[in-house]
Every structure is written in C-alpha cells, then in structure tokens.
Write a protein that binds this ligand. Structure first.
Ligand code: ZN
Length: 252
C-alpha cells in the first residue's frame, strides 16, 4: 500500500514536470493519476484549447490573424504607439514549458491614447504567429504590456528574419534558468514608427480578448544558429491564424 502511494506520487511528479516541458509531456500518465490536463501544442494542441477556456473556441476576436497589407486602413492616430522600454535592469529568463520567457524586474512602458502600459514580460515563438500575406517570419518576440488601471493588455510583436547574429538574443540563450542584466529596448528595432494594429486576444489559453496588438513592420535579424536554438526548445509553438470576422487592421 505504501509502495503504491509512493509510485503514484513519483508518477504525479513526472506528469507535473511534463506540464512544464511540452516536448516530454506524458498525457497517458496524466490520465492514470487523474492529473489535470494541460494545454500544449501536441495532443492538447490548439484544436483542443476550448477544453481549457471556452473563449479559445467561441471567441470571434481571436489572435493571431493573417494580415493583407493591401486591405489595411490608415491608423487612427489616437491609438499611435510610443515606446519607452529603454531601462537596463535585471530580468529572469525561464523556460515555462511553452516558450522562453523574460521577466524584467522593472520594465519600461508603452503609451497608447495617453495611457501607460507597463512591460510585464516578453517571450518567443519559433515562427511568427501572425502572418503577412500568408507568410510566417522565422521567429517572433511578443512584448506583453498591461495598463495597471484597466488591466488591458497590449502586445508589441517584433518579427525576426534569418541574418546576422543578434547579441541581445545571445544574452537570453546564455541565461535560460537564470537572471541577466538587459535592456528590453535592445529587442526592438530602432525604427518603431511603422506597424499594424488591431484588437485581438492572447494566443494561448485562456485566449482572453480585448488585447491591443501592435506588429512592428521592421524585422530584427537573428542568425540561423540562434533561431535553431529557440526552436530546439519549441518546435511549432504557434497557434494557427484565426478568422478576422468584423475586425479591421490599421497600419501606418
Ligand atoms: Zn506569444
């Protein structure tokens, strides 16, 4: 009896570890110990996310979406983006089981329609989630900001294309599981005046809506080895594109 309990415990521990590392998740063990199911990009992938949050399946303002540049509208200047993420400080780098996530102790902020949205964290996807004319970029960083008053989220997406080695990315690669001094602005292109904007959702459960998306047009570069490094952790951690429904995408 004691033996059996110990065995169950060790399986539960294994299953829990599985939750944090999607590549070695073991769903059959989850079932065996009645462990709560966890979303991922495999057996519990995007087509099953409605089981974790109804919004993922029923929402009509979901992200990511495909952007057709010829069908965008001129940006409403009330929603122009200004970035103030230029603060050097300590940041935690973790592998959260879905992506590499960087959490600065004191990030900067962006300003939209006179409201400040503080940088909470940024993380990476092994290919871009949003597509432009159906094309995915080689990688993307999502910089997640929040308005402390209204709790609304605003995500700035920075696309990466294969090219020169990126020293800012190298800092993250070298410090997964640790703490590193960095400036979030180093992950953003120098030119941030041109972007696509629309209202969407989180691209992972709970897929909450009313998220302001800003997709910077100017991509950053990363070397082939760096991109491969991020994909070593996560192959295909991108949600498929969602229907636009009644939404319009603005651009400037
Ligand atoms: Zn993301």
């Amino acid at each position: 009896m004691i033996k059996e309990t110990l065995l169950t415990l060790s399986i539960a521990t294994l299953a829990f570890t599985g939750c944090n590392h999607s590549e070695d998740a073991k769903p059959q063990e989850h079932a065996k110990v009645g462990h709560e199911k966890h979303w991922d990009y495999n057996q519990n992938g995007p087509t099953h996310w409605e089981e974790f949050s109804q919004t993922c399946g029923k929402g009509i303002h979901q992200s990511p979406v495909n952007i057709i540049p010829g069908k965008t509208l001129q940006m409403n200047h009330q929603y122009d983006l200004s970035m103030h993420d230029d603060i050097t400080g300590l940041a935690k780098v973790i592998d959260n089981g879905h992506s590499i996530k960087v959490t600065p102790e004191h990030g900067g902020y962006i300003e939209l329609h006179g409201e400040k949205f503080k940088l909470l964290q940024f993380h990476f996807h092994g290919k871009s989630e949003h597509t432009i004319d159906g094309k995915r970029f080689d990688m993307v960083a999502h910089m997640v900001h929040q308005n402390p008053k209204t709790k609304q989220l605003a995500v700035v997406a920075v696309f990466f294309v294969e090219g020169k080695s990126n020293s800012a990315l190298e800092k993250i690669i070298d410090n997964v599981g640790g703490t590193v001094k960095l400036d979030p602005q180093d992950y953003v292109p120098l030119e941030t005046a041109h972007y696509y904007h629309y209202i969407g959702s989180l691209t992972t459960p709970p897929c909450s809506e009313n998220v302001q998306w800003y997709l910077l047009k100017k991509p950053q570069e990363a070397s082939k080895a760096q991109i491969e490094h991020f994909r070593k952790f996560y192959v295909d951690n991108e949600r498929p594109v969602q229907e636009l429904h009644d939404r319009v995408i603005e651009a400037n």
